[in-house]
Design a protein around this ligand. Sequence first.
Ligand code: NCD
Length: 304
Amino acid sequence: MRSLIDIFELSTDEVDRLIAKAEDIMSHPTAYVDKCRGKKLATLFYEPSTRTRLSFEAAMYELGGNVLGFSEAQSSSAAKGESVSDTARTVSCYADIIAMRHPKEGAPLVASVNASVPVINAGDGGHNHPTQTLTDLLTIKREKGRLSDLTVGVCGDLKFGRTVHSLISALSRYEGIRFVLISPSELRIPGYVRDGVLENKKVPYEETTDLDGSIGKLDVLYMTRVQRERFFNEEDYLRLRDSYILTPAKMESAKEDMIVMHPLPRVNEISHEIDSDKRACYFRQVMYGKFIRMALILMLLEIE
Ligand code: NCD
């Protein structure tokens, strides 16, 4: 039995197979409508979510399975002081697979050690978000046709943005990837990603505060919001939240075939005028998220 806590637990080959499976589901959805008949997914969300929780639930329904769970800690026994490990043991009695989001880094790992069914990390604090990364990889593959030989700009809150940490880890394993890390100096990428991944794997990267000066060389621009809930004080958040706003004027310097991605939710960092630009693919990215989660559920439940 396997869980998915960190994207590194999947080999590159497995990631490629998940992408291929998601593409097959997109082309032949009717072949999958009964694959999870009789199976149940539990979504245990201790933190707000729209896309991740609903795409997991939609994924399980489209596979013919059922869903149970909670969408806020206050409505679960966590409010009475129950530990994540006890909750994981309990839910294992009711469900065949668990997707968990938690504000504390490592909570889904603790759940996976105590559960007797597979646990998927649906975002743990400012740490990791492996299924967003699978979504992002499928998006890049579909929109750019490849996962290698790309200059990828990642812009915004690189310190607390968990999707960024998992994305850099995953893309660093492909050939010819270089990163341009664009953030205010206070929100630079954490050392465990810079040293542990980029330096360690000798992946070319630069750190800059300058979006205007960098946008012209990018194949992919991955925007992120400033993670208000992870700041220690509101003043710092207010000072940093509008550091980068992508506008049509800025897009004029970008390549014709650059794609703009965003894990969403967007707050203020992409002007709504960009939505009609053909390079904006963040709403298609949302759609890919459901298909890759279908592929992942099948893999972890060992259903062909
Ligand atoms: C992201 C998250 O929860 O980390 N959202 C998502 O899952 N698509 C990004 C964010 O909240 O900024």
